[in-house]
Each structure stands twice: as C-alpha cells, then as structure tokens.
Design a protein around this ligand. Structure first.
Ligand SMILES: [Zn+2]
Length: 302
C-alpha cells in the first residue's frame, strides 16, 4: 500500500519552467538535467515495485530531520520484519568504485559515493528510531535502475542492486510473507508526520520576473510555436493541442510556483502569458476557476 506518492518536486518544476523561460548556465543546466534524470529513475523503480504484494507500506520521497541535519529517503518499504530504505540512482555509463571514490571510467568525473551516502542515511534513520524508542531492523540498499549502468569493482558485500538484479531483488521481497500490525501503522503515521516540507537541499538560481520570457509554450514539447485554431492552441512543432482554458490555468500554476509573493490578477497573468487573447478571456477563466477578492478594477484571485 502506497502511503506517500511521488509528485514532481517544486525544485524540479521550477527548474523546468526556468529552463524554458531563461538561459541557464552550464552548471544550472547540469543540475536541472540531473533532477529530471533522478525523478525519471525513481518513477521507473515505482513502476517495477508495483509487483510487490502482501501487506507492506511504501512511503516515497520522505525528508526527515535529526539533530538539525536533513536526510532524504527515496523509497521506504515497511514490511513485517524489516524496514528497507531504498536509494534509487539513475546513473548511466561505466562507473568504477575504488575505496571511497565513485567515478565515471571514461572521463574520471567523480560523484558522491552512493554507498557512503546510503550508510549515512541509514545511520541517521536508526538514530531517529532510537529517539522514537522504536526497535526495528533497518536495511538500506542503493538501487541502480538504468539498464545502461555498469559498475566495475563492485563487491559482493556492497549494499547495491545493479539494473539486472532489480527484478530478482523485488521477487526476493515478494517471496517473504508480511503481515502488518498496529505497531507498523503507528510507525508509518509517525514517520509521515515527521516529513519536512521545506527542503534545504534545493538549488534554484536567482530569477526576476522581468528577465523571464513571457509567452505560452507547448505542454508536450515546450516549444513556443503555438497558434490558436478553433479555440485550441496547436503546437507548430509537435502538433499537440490544449484548450485555451487549460493553457491559462497551467500558466497560472507556473506563475504561482515561481512568484508565490505576487497576486494572481488578470493583468499579471495577461502579462505573463503575453499571447493574443483579450484581457476579457483571462478574466473569464480566472473567475470561473478561482474565488475573486477586491473591487472589479483591482481584484485578485485565490
Ligand atoms: Zn509541441
């Protein structure tokens, strides 16, 4: 049973919008690319994990805090006998692990050692359980999900699952029966209540309203080549289409995400979309979908 799903993070959504509406630096693009890739890997794992049966709780993307230090758990699997912490990595290419070093063979580019990261996370989680006076067996595993990933020098005692082992790993879990009781339920509820909503790890570049491109873009391919045909916006690049109302609402959500301090007003959204629609159309869509406050001339929407 999935107790916490895996929505796209605000950080990913912001970076995606910024990548479309401004020029990111190479470093920012690299960070954005890694976020997309990481999320894609986690979703792939979730799909595979759908085979899991028996009574188990799955809690995704949990951010916990102990002694002022935060740690993130991609997937937590609570079974009768054990709590599994799963760290999903979507690395691609030939990597090598040597003592503390974890690097791409071809370029030598070094990455944070995933086993060190995993051990640190598991130790923090065990401390948290101790603080809560709970006694459960904890097992932590790094799952490399990408079929194009290869690891040289992996040792049999490394807590890792390689791409060609993922299905067997899940089957192994499935082969163990699991019955959950009230204790497990209480544990899951406690962990969910400790989830931190403000993620200190997020890295979004500074941006100003003035510097972002104001226009509407295709939901599917992110091209700005949209034209209005019979009340639908049609993409000149991929042919995808979306109703006027959906396009406006999608842009309101993006505006809210990027500028939470700004009010949703007809003028703001009109300016943000900068498209050949009348203010009246924006006003109609906002009125229909939100509650309006204030006088007609300066009303805003929530
Ligand atoms: Zn398109």
């Amino acid at each position: 049973m999935i107790l916490r799903s895996r929505p796209e993070s605000d950080e990913l959504l912001k970076m995606r919008a910024l990548n479309t509406r401004m020029e990111l630096t190479q470093e920012e693009k690299f960070h954005y690319f890694n976020l997309e890739k990481g999320y894609e890997g986690e979703v792939q794992f979730d799909r595979k994990a759908e085979v899991l049966q028996e009574e188990r709780y799955i809690i995704n993307d949990l951010l916990l805090k102990i002694n002022n230090s935060y740690f993130q758990i991609d997937s937590m699997l609570i079974s009768q006998e054990v709590i599994r912490l799963l760290d999903v990595k979507n690395f691609e290419g030939d990597f090598c692990i040597e003592k503390d070093r974890f690097f791409l063979v071809k370029s030598g580019r070094e990455y944070k050692n995933p086993i060190d990261q995993l051990n640190k996370c598991a130790s923090q989680f065990r401390q948290l359980l101790q603080d809560l006076k709970l006694n459960y067996l904890v097992e932590a595993t790094t799952i490399f999900i990408n079929p194009e990933f290869n690891l040289y020098n992996a040792q049999v005692d490394h807590p890792i699952i390689l791409p060609n082992q993922v299905n067997r790993f899940l089957k192994g879990i499935n082969d163990t029966s699991s019955r959950l009781n009230d204790g497990h339920k209480k544990l899951a509820q406690q962990l969910l209540s400790l989830h931190q909503t403000k993620n200190p790890f997020t890295q979004v570049p500074n941006y100003q309203f003035e510097q972002l491109k104001k226009d509407i873009y295709c939901k599917f391919c992110r091209s700005f080549l949209l034209s209005l045909q019979n009340h639908l916006f049609v993409c000149g690049k991929c042919g995808g289409h979306e109703t006027v109302e959906d396009v406006i609402l999608r842009n309101v959500r993006e505006f809210q995400l990027l500028f939470p301090e700004r009010k949703i007003t007809t003028t703001n959204i009109y300016e943000w979309c900068n498209v050949d629609l009348t203010k009246k159309t924006f006003c109609r869509v906002l009125k229909k979908n939100f509650q309006s406050f204030g006088k007609t001339s300066d009303s805003y929407y929530i």
